[in-house]
Design a protein around this ligand. Structure first.
Ligand SMILES: [Fe+2]
Length: 308
């Protein structure tokens, strides 16, 4: 039972079926800037697990959104104004997004390996991060990218076999999402005008998707609308698709990231420019460590939770 009176889920490792020791104290309580990590509410955990996705509205303040949007615009339209190693979301104000307390709270719950977590070390790693700048067709001028095409993929994550990382494990009281997509929306998203399309619950589906899935207007699909500074989580195991951006009032400016297991995962380990990496606080740097288990935790013994 943890401090909040929640019963710990029964998780085993190398000790022949015995439950792991209490792992709640192993998960970082503060992010790299010393800001307390925000644990998801019971409702947020339940809805993410039930639907395979979750939108948390208005996480960033107006000032943060403004500063980050300007940074993305500069990266997109005027990258030459920045030194080479800073032409990335990993530099500037958007660097703070990668271990934002709300994101770290969700990842502690759904993606962390507690044996490879400590107060000095995140229990997962950052696989990819970038930005999307999308413009409606009639507002497009030279230099602006095409809108992304509709292209559904994944789903059926519950019973995938080893070797396929697009799985999603669920046990009574605990789910594990090894391939977590996190998208920061920095501009308004209007309903069905370009936000990511999702099929709620499809990460646990066991039937093959119906033909209707090829129609973006089918009721099979769901999506969201939100204000700037909102945060979307979805399991890559959930069926999803990009949707062409048709919102003529504003462009899409978003920061998409992918987090993977620190002991495995889909994307190769992300290795930022050395100069940039050295400028980051030590805890943030642990998001970029290599992917393996033995001794891959800072400040603790990796076997401590499963000693017989
Ligand atoms: Fe995808």
């Amino acid at each position: 039972m943890d401090a909040n009176g929640h019963v710990q889920p029964y998780i085993i490792n190398k000790n022949m079926g015995k439950p792991m020791a209490d792992f709640a104290p192993e998960l970082p309580k503060k992010n790299a800037d010393g800001v307390p990590i925000v644990e998801p509410t019971d409702e947020q955990k339940y809805m993410f697990d039930a639907d395979g996705w979750l939108l948390i509205p208005n996480v960033l303040s107006e000032g943060e959104v403004e500063e980050m949007r300007e940074w993305v615009k500069r990266l997109h339209f005027d990258p030459e104004s920045l030194p080479d190693h800073e032409r990335t979301i990993l530099a500037g104000p958007t660097q703070r997004l990668i271990d934002h307390p709300v994101v770290m709270g969700m990842l502690n719950e759904f993606t962390a390996n507690p044996a490879l977590s400590s107060q000095e070390c995140y229990g997962f790693s950052l696989g990819t991060c970038g930005y999307w700048y999308r413009t409606a067709p009639n507002r497009r001028t030279e230099g602006l990218k095409e809108a992304r095409a509709f292209k559904p993929h994944n789903g059926n994550g519950l019973y995938r076999l080893p070797g396929d990382v697009h799985f999603y494990n669920s046990f009574p009281g605990k789910s594990f999402c090894p391939h977590m997509r996190v998208v920061w929306e920095l501009n308004p998203v209007k309903y069905k005008q370009g936000g990511t399309l999702l099929v709620s619950g499809s990460h646990k589906a066991v039937y093959t998707a119906p033909d209707e899935i090829q129609d973006p207007d089918s009721d099979v699909w769901t999506t969201y609308e939100c204000e700037p500074g909102s945060l979307l989580f979805f399991a890559e195991a959930t069926t999803h698709s990009a949707h062409p951006w048709t919102n003529e009032e504003n462009d899409r400016i978003a920061v998409p990231t992918l987090y993977n297991q620190v002991d495995g995962g889909f994307a190769e380990a992300l290795k930022p420019d050395e100069k940039l990496l050295e400028s980051m606080p030590p805890l943030r740097r642990t998001l970029f460590r290599d992917r393996y288990v033995a001794n891959n935790v800072v400040g603790a013994d990796f076997k401590r939770l499963w000693r017989v």
